[in-house]
Design a protein around this ligand. Structure first.
Ligand code: DQA
Length: 142
């Protein structure tokens, strides 16, 4: 099984960025956690981060035929990007939406998620462990 983990803008700033909201673990720790879990489960993961909407669209398109599942934290693009939603719909690979913080309890402008329409599941407010829960879900689907 091959899973692609996609992170949007500023997720690479974890640990530095608003630690009260996003926690003290940095981006390298997030990547290490995901890789260790994947190794333990005997699956392949690729982790991708970009600050650019078009690059995320490109990466989703390239996943077609190459991955069995996608874990996506589109970060701020969650709340704005129909292009990312359309890219997910184009390739038809099962996807799970992850947010480190609990967006449902935050500002009004974080209450909309365009990708949610496509994603099979949304995991919010569980910190970086949310990525593990998302991968577990995709594994359990087989
Ligand atoms: C986020 C929540 C978004 O509203 C925000 O723009 C982010 C991170 C999260 O993981 O909690 O950059 O997706």
């Amino acid at each position: 099984m091959k899973i692609l983990v996609i992170n949007g803008p500023n997720i690479n700033m974890l640990g530095i960025r608003e630690p009260d909201i996003y926690g003290k673990e940095n981006y390298n720790s997030l990547c290490a956690l995901i890789k260790a879990f994947a190794e333990d489960k005997g699956i392949t993961v690729e982790i991708y981060q970009s600050n650019h909407e078009g690059c995320i669209v490109d990466k989703i398109q390239q996943a077609y035929g190459n991955f069995d599942g996608i874990v996506i934290n589109p970060a701020a693009y969650t709340h704005t990007s129909i292009a990312i939603l359309d890219a997910l719909k184009s390739i038809g690979i099962p996807a799970v939406e992850v947010h480190i913080s609990d967006v449902s309890k935050r500002e009004f402008y974080r209450q909309i998620s365009y990708v949610r329409e496509y994603c099979e599941k949304t995991i919010c407010g569980k910190g970086i462990n949310g990525y593990i829960e998302a991968i577990e879900y995709l594994i359990s689907k087989g």
